[in-house]
Design a protein. Structure first.
Length: 341
């Protein structure tokens, strides 16, 4: 029997997680919940997802809009084997007592503090740490992006240290109320939180990070410098990433020279919502000088964490012991190409 998954929060991440779960043959979406009657509610109902809301007052708002709901959040939790909390930053922490009262295991997103949960999660790096846990956090889009490319280097080549600069988009594309603005804003609290967040997954990785926010909505871009423990060539590193799930090599020589080109590539691939679940690494931007590796990568902040949520469900509910088998199964369902053998 497919496990029953409830999704609380149906915005940028929640709607993508719902579709990813629905694409798996060992999972079923038994409900999604949202506080306000936005256009996304109509699309969810159109897809056949049972829709829930939070309070009786919210239910009345939905009814005035002609939107019938199946019940309130506690009703949805009663039916679920696990809940994925995709609510805005810090709201998940407010919801925790409700989940505990319902006795349901829960996955939180990277906007929540690591102290809220028993483990932080990346499928390739520490899949088994979530095994059988009751509260786990899928790390943020930037942390996921760093883990995806750094973990195979750490595992196969050894890393002495990492320094990375996050060039962050200002807002998501639909967030017109927040910008973008005509400014570049440095994160003045340095090093930034991204390094410690990576270490919640790859625990002994020596990493420091800085960040700036720029007036774009498309993607984040990372400029990364790694000191390796082994002498390797850029070709060796590229070959390693070509064998790594959820990493996609792109080429400036093929006119993929910017984040806008990466997003256009996702459109050309026919991806739903133009999502790029993989981390894009510029093949012709990879360089090794001595044992220093330099590279650039792009992170689609709306979608890279989505497959991680699916794998986290399998680990928490003890559905699949092997992380690579879970990753492969998730990716097949979502249409993410398998890496080279």
């Amino acid at each position: 029997m497919p496990v029953k998954v409830a999704i609380n929060g149906y915005g940028t991440i929640g709607k993508r997680v719902a579709d990813a779960v629905a694409a798996q043959d060992d999972m079923r979406v038994i409900g999604v919940a949202k506080r306000r009657p936005t256009y996304e509610v109509r699309t969810a109902i159109g897809k056949g997802y049972p829709f829930y809301t939070i309070t009786e007052e919210n239910r009345a708002d939905f009814k005035r809009r002609g939107l019938e709901v199946a019940g309130l959040l506690p009703d949805m939790l009663k039916e679920a084997d696990i809940v994925v909390d995709c609510t805005p930053e810090d709201v998940g922490a407010e919801n925790k007592p409700l989940y505990e009262k319902a006795g349901r295991p829960v996955i939180y997103q990277g906007g929540e503090e690591a102290e809220l949960v028993e483990a932080s999660f990346n499928a390739a790096a520490n899949y088994k740490e979530a095994w059988g846990k009751r509260a786990v956090r899928v790390v943020s889009c930037n942390t996921t992006g760093l883990c995806r490319t750094l973990f195979p280097l750490y595992r196969d080549l050894g890393i002495e240290d990492v320094f990375a600069v996050m060039v962050r988009r200002a807002v998501d594309p639909q967030d017109a109320k927040k910008g973008p603005v005509n400014a570049i804003t440095p994160a003045l609290k340095v090093p930034t939180h991204h390094g410690p967040d990576v270490k919640t997954v790859i625990h002994d990785l020596p990493i420091q990070t800085m960040a700036v926010v720029v007036p774009t909505t498309l993607m984040h871009l990372h400029a990364i410098q790694v000191t390796l423990k082994k002498d390797v060539s850029a070709k060796d590193v590229i070959a390693l990433w070509e064998r790594t799930p959820r990493v996609r090599l792109v080429d400036g020589g093929e006119e993929v020279k910017s984040t806008s080109h990466v997003m256009e590539l996702a459109r050309e691939l026919g991806r739903s919502r133009s999502d790029l679940f993989e981390i894009a690494v510029w093949r012709d931007g990879v360089s090794v000088v001595g044992r220093k590796l330099y590279y650039y990568q792009a992170v689609h902040q709306e979608s890279d964490v989505v497959p991680e949520n699916v794998d986290c469900i399998r680990s928490m509910l003890e559905l699949e012991t092997d992380p690579l088998r879970s990753i492969a199964k998730t990716d097949r369902g979502m249409g993410i190409p398998a890496p080279r053998k």
